[in-house]
Write a protein that binds this ligand. Structure first.
Ligand code: NAD
Length: 371
């Protein structure tokens, strides 16, 4: 791997990235990388992650993988956005300062709007606002009426949870042939910002819930407020339920967990659920319908896109609702071709970002202006 890192263009995760920037500001301690994978549909929008990477190589690998994923997610969601991501190397609990965030903002400004940063693990709305003192190329920070009519501070989690709920319903319709969720058994792993809101949508629709979270207070909230049943860490993915919804971390669909799945559907919001690409086919072979993560969890990026475009809550909601149609198209193509759903989702996304549309250029100009 060491040799690959020094040969960036031949890095295993490079995948024809358009642009990679390394930012260093010794005064504030900022060390950051911005990766722009593809801008054929518009400017690259993606989160800014702050994490204490063990090595520079680990940071490069992470930013390349995440950036590419954003190209696929936005294209599949039919947004006029490209894919990009940034990482700040450092511990957010110990090394985060206003000066460092301001330095990041100045660096983002120097990219001229090719990349727009939003919140990610280790950064929050206040951090993005500090960056925003020096650049207009930040998103996910505007107080406004959210897609659901409730006040929003820019946090995309409610839209992600709603989109995941819509996608889960499409999967249930396709696999189980039912329109209602009454009595449907769902196990949710991770009941944080997205998982808890998803649980509430499911509860309101009449589903029975089982939950597990590493934090007891999150568990208690779901048990007390939603009547969910607590499950053990080692059981949550193998319970005899209809749907498993992983909403905590990635790589949970792997050689160990897939043989133990009893649910016929996996539909959750966490990114990079498959540990390796071959787990896509493994799920299909076992008769499990997998709702590809970057298709079902696109509600947040849709919300952030429209924050910059200044759209009405109704427009945002209508676009998030299309997640159900996208998934149904993926499931139908998978049935017709006999190929797994993750592979089909990648193919569909590539169809959408590899062709340059006249509208994409106009949209990127519009977005750069709205900053
Ligand atoms: P969050 O941090 O609010 O929630 C994650 C929850 O998972 C926390 O409650 C945490 O305690 C729990 N958790 C951590 N490790 C666990 C484990 N081993 N087992 C069970 N629970 C565990 O994050 P979030 O914003 O709700 O995001 C959840 C997932 O969805 C993440 O993978 C994130 O990347 C993805 N996602 C989020 C958004 C968004 O808009 N927030 C958008 C797209 C994708």
């Amino acid at each position: 791997m060491g040799e690959d890192f020094t040969m960036l263009f031949s890095h295993p995760e490079f995948d024809n990235h358009e642009h990679l920037s390394f930012f260093c500001d010794p005064e504030t301690g900022l060390k950051a990388i911005v990766a722009i994978h593809n801008t054929s549909r518009g400017p690259a929008l993606g989160g800014c992650r702050m994490f204490p990477y063990a090595s520079d190589e680990e940071a490069v690998r992470d930013v390349l993988r995440l950036s590419r994923g954003m190209t696929y997610k936005s294209a599949l969601a039919n947004l006029d956005l490209g894919g990009g991501k940034s990482v700040i190397i450092g511990d957010p609990r110990k090394q985060k300062t206003e000066a460092l965030m301001e330095a990041m903002g100045r660096h983002l400004e120097s990219l001229g709007g090719q990349y727009i940063a939003a919140e990610d693990s280790g950064t929050s709305v206040p951090d993005l606002k500090v960056m925003g003192r020096h650049t207009s190329h930040v998103a996910g920070i505007a107080s406004r009426t959210g897609f659901d009519g409730n006040p929003s501070n820019g946090d995309p989690s409610p839209a992600t949870a709603y989109g995941t709920f819509i996608g889960l319903k499409a999967a249930v319709k396709h696999k189980l042939g039912r329109d209602d969720l009454n009595g449907l058994k769902v196990a949710i792993q991770g009941i944080g910002n997205v998982g808890f809101r998803l649980a509430r949508h499911l509860k309101d629709a009449g589903a029975d819930l089982w939950v597990y979270d590493i934090h007891d207070d999150n568990m208690r909230r779901a048990v007390d407020q939603l009547g969910a049943k607590p499950a053990a860490a080692e059981d949550i993915l193998s319970l005899p339920v209809d749907v498993v919804a992983p909403c905590a971390m990635g790589a949970v669909l792997n050689d160990d967990s897939i043989p133990q799945l009893k649910a016929r559907i996996v539909a959750g919001a966490a990114n990079n659920l498959l540990e390796h690409p071959e787990h896509d086919a493994m799920l299909q072979d076992r008769g499990v319908l997998y709702a590809p993560d970057f298709a079902i969890n696109a509600g947040g990026i849709i919300d952030v896109f429209y924050e910059r475009a200044g759209a009405t809550p109704e427009t945002v909601r209508a676009h998030v609702d299309t997640i159900g149609d996208t998934l149904t198209e993926i499931f139908n193509r998978s049935d017709r071709s006999g190929r797994p759903t993750g592979e089909i989702a990648n193919e569909l996304a590539e169809e959408r970002f590899k062709k340059h549309t006249a509208g994409a250029g106009q949209a990127s100009e519009r977005l750069a202006r709205t900053g």
